[in-house]
Design a protein around this ligand. Sequence first.
Ligand SMILES: Cc1ncc(COP(=O)(O)O)c(C=O)c1O
Length: 367
Amino acid sequence: YNKHYFAMDIDPKRIYVGPGTKELIFNLLEILHGTVILPTPAWLGYLPQIRLLKKNFHMLPTQANQKITPSDLRKLALRLHDRQKILILNNPNNPTGLLYNRLELEEIADVCKEQSIAVISDEIYAQTTYDFSKFVSMGKIYPEGTFVTNGLSKSHAAGGYRLGYVIFPLHATDLKAQFKKILATEYTAVSTPIQYAAVKGFEISNEINEYFEITRNIHKIMGEYVYKELSKMEGVKVTKPEATFYLLADFNHYASDLQAMKINTSQKLSEALIVHPYHTAIVGGDSLVLERTDYSARIAYVDYDGVKVYENYQKKKPITDDDMIEFVRTNAPRIVAGIEMISKFFEKLKKDVVNLSSKRDSLSIQN
Ligand SMILES: Cc1ncc(COP(=O)(O)O)c(C=O)c1O
């Protein structure tokens, strides 16, 4: 599977399987020494693990919520005095949907070599890369210092099957022995029926290949729709996803209006959007390891009946831009409605703020 899709011919002795990458990442953090470098915004799973393990950590905020830069990484590493550091690199990225290209990875790897940084490369979204030829694993670029994690959850849409794997760096004999003991102590094994399912899932077949291609295309069509619609909103900055089924929308343009209406945190913004009449769920900034007052939010575009959408795609593949818009409208009406609701929410917010200040003005005149 790794050879076929990622051009990595890995000795099976370098691979450990566990009940999901979440658990495997936790176990890696358990055995690896040094301060953890966590780029933000981040998937909400890492920080609680780091805290539970009482590890030292440092955030590495990305500029304009995009990608980390080698120079920012170097600057931070120079401030840390541990012999080894650990970078959690999530590529492709949840929540931004962005992908690091080969050159960017090479530059990051150069800094990692220079500054003794081990990388946990969480590549759980690799197979969702819309143009799959663009995906490059950090395990290929920096094989001596990278722990690659991947699994069934996103590629096979089988998050409940709880199976992931980690590829250890070359020459990590002692760490592998230690890791094996932890896995044997904590899980014994992934349950047998799931192992059988995974064998099928990781087989190279036309059927699974077609499945990957179709699901990538569906994510891309939905992502482009959501990106275009949100970008039309005044002042909203949106990441342009190249993979995953998420993007990050920055609503900070409305910060003063939100505060005027007592929506003082990203959590409050999520709450304001989930209630009637909006019924729209977003993941707010504080759940993405951003400041509580950062009104950026992750927007997911998977709220549809996957089986039906898949069949409809097979029946009539959308080709033109109009076909694709039509495809989203017929197959994912809740996504269309959600985006409309976000737009309505901010329009109403602006009006409410104007009304509030004119009310205040008239009150002060009366007084
Ligand atoms: C970035 C990232 N890493 C890891 C995971 C967890 O994957 P698993 O189901 O293999 O534990 C998720 C799931 O949401 C994720 O978004």
